[in-house]
Design a protein around this ligand. Structure first.
Ligand SMILES: [Cu+2]
Length: 313
């Protein structure tokens, strides 16, 4: 079987192999029977058909055997599925946020990352939080897939990784144009390594050094937040307008159904981030971008503004 690294792997793989085995048995068995009958009972060899009527043996055979097979499939499927539905009460809780088209992960100590870092052999309870549309949290190596439904209370899943390494997380629900870019990774570490990472004070401090380059910081935020899935920096239009060469221009937007001219300045960038549907850029659709209020601070908006400014020729 392909690489597996969680406690669910055995249950899911067993169910899969049992069903696959039964399917193979029937494909081969039925094909051989068809071929055999083709020779044995063709018109030349067997000119007079003998109808079979009321064969209790036959009836019982094709009732009982399929029942056993189907219940067998059910049994393996059920045994593999039940642990997924029973998250343990002890474990590390992480909140996975999904939005078009990125994941991020928030830990109980406030740490936010774009990859999911977890310790080996520990139960991880994942609260699933979809901020815009339906997404699905899918880690093939863990045999884990759970829909992320906006507004669904208690939407969660859990897993326990059994091998260190890096495994892919996919979004498995078509969620718009750049859906195929909605990929992240889960990094499984040894527990002591994980706790060192988790408690790392350097990673925790939000303080920004005085000599940090605001343009670079802005770029990092824009990359981390997944803005570039919708906004190019080379002048081309994606889902949203490009960031390049717009700053300081007078642009046309629709505000409350009325078209108006407006200056693309710091206030406009801020309003676009916190209340995207207030001014709709001409040629683009409302309802595509969702507010980042509460996720992007005012200071971060300033860095983003500096970054957008830097894209002017
Ligand atoms: Cu998605």
């Amino acid at each position: 079987m392909i690489l597996g690294a969680s406690t669910f792997v055995e249950g899911v793989d067993n169910a899969f192999l049992v069903i696959l085995g039964i399917s193979f048995f029937f494909v081969i068995g039925l094909t051989l029977t068809i071929i055999l009958f083709l020779f044995r009972y063709n018109e030349k060899r067997n000119p007079k058909p003998t109808p079979v009527k009321d064969s209790i043996t036959l009836e019982l055979t094709w009732t009982i055997i399929p029942i056993i097979l189907v219940l067998g499939m059910f049994y393996y499927g059920y045994v593999g599925w039940i642990p997924m539905k029973r998250p343990p009460s002890e474990g590390i809780t992480v909140t996975a946020n999904a939005r078009m088209w990125t994941f991020n992960f928030r830990y109980e100590n406030g740490r936010v990352t774009d990859k999911l870092y977890v310790p080996k052999d520990t139960a991880i309870i994942v609260n699933l939080n979809a901020l815009d549309v339906l997404h699905s949290f899918y880690i093939p190596a863990f045999r884990l897939k759970e829909d992320m439904v906006p507004g669904l209370p208690n939407n969660r899943t859990w897993f326990e990784a059994t091998k260190t390494g890096t495994y892919t997380i996919f979004c498995a629900e078509y969620c718009g144009l750049q859906h195929s870019y909605m990929i992240s990774e889960v990094v499984v570490m040894e527990p002591d390594e994980f706790w060192a990472w988790y408690d790392d004070p350097d990673a925790m401090t939000e303080e920004i050094p005085d000599d940090a380059d605001p343009v670079l910081l802005g770029r990092q935020i824009v990359e981390r937040q997944g803005c570039l899935a919708c906004h190019s920096i080379d002048g081309s239009s994606l889902v949203g307008p490009t960031f390049a060469g717009r700053y300081g221009e007078t642009i046309t937007v629709t505000t409350g159904g009325q078209q108006r001219e407006i200056l693309y300045d710091e206030d406009y960038v801020k309003r676009s981030i916190y209340d995207p549907d207030a001014d709709i850029t001409i040629g683009f659709r409302p309802g595509q971008m969702f507010s980042y209020e509460g996720e992007i601070s005012e200071q971060e908006v300033e860095f983003i503004t500096e970054f957008i400014k830097s894209l002017n020729p």
